[in-house]
Design a protein around this ligand. Structure first.
Ligand SMILES: [Zn+2]
Length: 157
């Protein structure tokens, strides 16, 4: 394993076998295991093996692999017999976005009507004038490097 978060990172400890975990899948790049505090039964986490505090730190090839694993296990959730009418994928990047463990992880959890989970809309939730969308898009375009530069699938840690 190539994780480097050491003792400070619960997921690195888990990958190293120093805390218990219930794994669904492990390979050279990523691991999949059960969330110890599930939103609903069947809640799983997909993580890169390499310690990466934020999404920007995850190797490009690992990001794609995480999504492929999420899709694979989302289908398994639907077929599992667990209560699952839909599936949420959720990645919290940063404390303000509700990230609590700073080893990037993609949540995959089953949803069903009346399960009580929800995200609520804040005060900025409203249809915006086109000029406002263009203003925000302009700022993002200015900040974004060319996509090809960071998207080569062969790129790894
Ligand atoms: Zn870690």
């Amino acid at each position: 394993m190539t994780n480097t978060g050491g003792d400070d990172c619960i997921f690195c400890r888990l990958l190293a076998g120093r805390v218990p975990a219930t794994f669904l899948h492990r390979d050279a790049r990523c691991s999949v295991f059960m969330d110890i505090q599930p939103v609903n039964p069947g809640h799983i986490l997909v993580i890169p093996n390499a310690h990466a505090p934020s999404l920007a730190d995850v190797a490009a090839g690992d990001v794609g692999h995480m999504m492929r694993l999420a899709r694979h296990f989302a289908a398994a959730l639907r077929a599992s017999g667990l209560q699952c009418e839909g599936v949420n994928l959720f990645l919290a990047d940063g404390a303000a976005a509700m990230q609590e463990v700073f080893h990037t992880h993609l949540h995959v959890f089953p949803r069903y009507r009346g399960d009580g989970f929800g995200l609520r809309f804040g005060p900025h939730y409203a249809v915006q004038p086109r000029a406002e969308l263009e203003r925000a898009a302009g700022m993002i375009r200015q900040a974004a490097p060319p996509f090809e530069a960071e998207s080569r699938p062969e790129e790894t840690t």
